[in-house]
Design a protein around this ligand. Structure first.
Ligand code: HEM
Length: 351
């Protein structure tokens, strides 16, 4: 949150990956899945080197950087594990971070469950990509909303301070933290109205007929109740439109109202049977490929936000308007002199 701290290259790469993939969208939709099916990683790299398209080279370099970064983390963690407990404790996270846990569990796994080195490194890249900017940008969004709604911020601070007082100033346990209703309502409402991933894409594996939740009228005046989706069609699943659907959430669906979570939700939501894994929302998707980190991300958000809001008051930085870049993962942007997005929050002590 500080203007003059240089950004880590990884976070810059991750922010640019979405737009870079967007520039590749034609190849992405048509050629890339085919390339992956037909050729090994090595041949794919050779082919990417050979084609004269800048957009392809940009994505290649980004993916290579992310891969090399995962290899570096893997090597450091492997060395620490080999050297023993003391070396593990000296690392950031003291061996309790997800990547160390993954590696330790893999050492103890039976032969049929053990992952190869390449796969561990690939899983690391997936975790870093899927877990990092999604949760941190969601937290930025919460903090920004708190600057715009100081009454909500005060109420939240009061709830947190009261809980701390009740446990004699000790850190709140997991159960105590997740039981704070107002903090929970703020997180849920932010995840509803501003899902960090607004759209996901799927390719139909077979010819399908998708029923519409309510009929629409075509230009010829006829009522349409279902849509034919031929095999191979790429479908854009709009998470954000499901979360903001006034038929389910009511006429105030576009308003940020944490209070809506403090009383029982309207029947229209239960009846809508949204298939998402979290809170009648599509924010973390649903089904077999839904987010495996949604509980973890909620915990991370609550731990960090509760600590910050207890200690600091957040207010908008004068003269700086935040806009949100809606790429793969939406991120806050105020362009600084160097052309990179900044998060302009003015932080002062709450005491
Ligand atoms: C606010 C935070 C987060 C949001 C909004 C979010 C959202 C999502 C969504 C929408 C998907 C499905 C993507 C698709 O299928 O195209 C997904 C997948 C995934 N997420 Fe998250 N995620 C968050 C945090 C995390 C965290 C903290 C972790 C790990 C600790 C994580 C790990 C994953 C993984 C590994 C997948 C791929 C699952 C699979 O394909 O089987 N996510 N996430």
């Amino acid at each position: 949150m500080e203007d003059d701290v240089p950004k880590h290259k990884y976070s810059l790469v991750i922010k640019d990956l979405g737009p870079a993939l967007g520039r590749l969208s034609l190849y992405n939709v048509t050629f890339l899945p085919l390339l992956c099916k037909l050729f090994s990683a090595k041949t794919r790299t050779l082919l990417m080197n050979a084609v004269p398209w800048k957009a392809v080279h940009e994505v290649r370099d980004m993916v290579m950087y992310m891969h090399e970064f995962s290899v570096k983390i893997y090597e450091e963690k492997r060395r620490a594990l080999e050297e023993g407990d003391e070396a593990v404790m000296r690392q950031l996270g003291q061996g309790k971070d997800i990547l160390s846990i993954l590696m330790k569990d893999n050492i103890n796994a039976g032969a049929e469950d053990k992952l190869g080195e390449d796969e561990i490194i690939a899983q690391m890249s997936t975790f870093i990509f899927a877990a990092m900017d999604t949760t941190s940008n969601a937290m930025s969004r919460v903090l920004q909303l708190l600057t715009l709604h100081p009454d909500v911020q005060d109420k939240m601070r009061q709830e947190i301070s009261q809980a701390r007082w009740e446990c004699q100033g000790e850190s709140l346990s997991y159960d105590e933290l997740v039981a704070l209703p107002y903090l929970d309502a703020v997180c849920r409402e932010t995840m509803r109205l501003y899902p960090p991933i607004a759209h996901i894409f799927r390719r139909a594996m077979e010819d399908s007929v998708v029923p519409l939740s309510k009929p629409v009228r075509g230009l010829d005046g006829l009522e349409i109740t279902e849509v034919i989706v031929p095999k191979g069609t790429v479908v854009d699943i709009s998470i954000i439109n499901s979360n903001r659907n006034t038929d389910f959430w009511g006429p105030d669906a576009m308003e940020w109202k944490p209070e809506r979570w403090l009383s029982s939700l309207p029947d229209s939501i239960a009846n809508a049977k949204i298939p998402g894994v979290y809170s009648h929302l599509m924010t973390f998707n649903g089904g077999g490929r839904s987010c495996i980190g949604f509980k973890f991300s909620q915990l991370e958000m609550k731990v960090i936000i509760s600590m910050l809001v207890e200690k600091f008051k957040f207010s908008p930085a004068p003269g700086k308007d935040i806009c949100w870049q809606m790429s793969v993962i939406s991120s806050p942007a105020v362009l600084g002199g160097d052309g990179h997005p900044r998060l302009p929050l003015l932080v002062e002590s709450a005491k």
